[in-house]
Design a protein around this ligand. Structure first.
Ligand SMILES: [Fe+2]
Length: 182
């Protein structure tokens, strides 16, 4: 189930939403795209990346036409990844980049923290959720101690992906993956 929690910058909870339509409406105000997708064919757990792309080709095509994405791929992370700790620690720090951050969760989950204004929007993405973080929006991501997800990513430029860390330390004031996902 998708979940959006809105906090002030001190980490005080202001609002909580679970209805995908209400979540989409709230995030739209920030220029953040949130959608629920459905595969156009059944997908097994061991589907290849090509099969995953095929299953969502209409949705991918729609986003390419709308936003001009140049490429896409499928990325997976499993709890046995040898660098899971380093990966978690990198993306859990507040940063920006000049490209969109577009993720569609084919399987598994993760928590996005968006900091576009004086509030922090904490979104737990689960299978079927698409999120697009606009360029240059401050954000961070927590995959948890035992990351498990398979995502489709879309890119406009290969260079746009370099993270610029803000060094604000704001992430310390917010609940981590394990506290959000219960
Ligand atoms: Fe990012």
């Amino acid at each position: 189930m998708s979940l959006l929690r809105i906090y002030d910058e001190k980490g005080r909870l202001l609002k909580e939403l679970t209805d995908p339509e209400e979540i989409a409406k709230e995030l739209e105000k920030l220029g953040v795209l949130f959608e629920r997708w459905q595969a156009n064919r059944p997908l097994s757990k061991d589907a290849t990346d090509e099969e995953v792309i095929k299953a969502y080709e209409d949705e991918i095509k729609r986003l390419i036409e709308r936003y001009g994405f140049k490429s896409y791929d499928v990325v997976s992370l499993t709890p046995d990844h040898p660098k899971k700790k380093e990966l978690r620690e990198k993306f859990i720090k507040e940063h920006t980049h000049s490209d969109f951050e577009v993720r569609y969760f084919v399987e598994g989950d993760g928590v996005f923290y968006l900091h576009p204004d004086d509030k922090v929007y904490v979104l737990h993405c689960t299978a079927g959720d698409l999120i697009s973080v606009p360029p240059n929006t401050k954000h961070w991501f927590d995959m948890g101690e035992n990351p498990s997800f398979r995502c489709i990513r879309l890119f406009t430029t290969p260079e746009g992906w370099k993270a610029e860390f803000t060094g604000s330390g704001i992430e310390e004031r917010f609940p981590k993956y394990e506290e959000i996902v219960r």
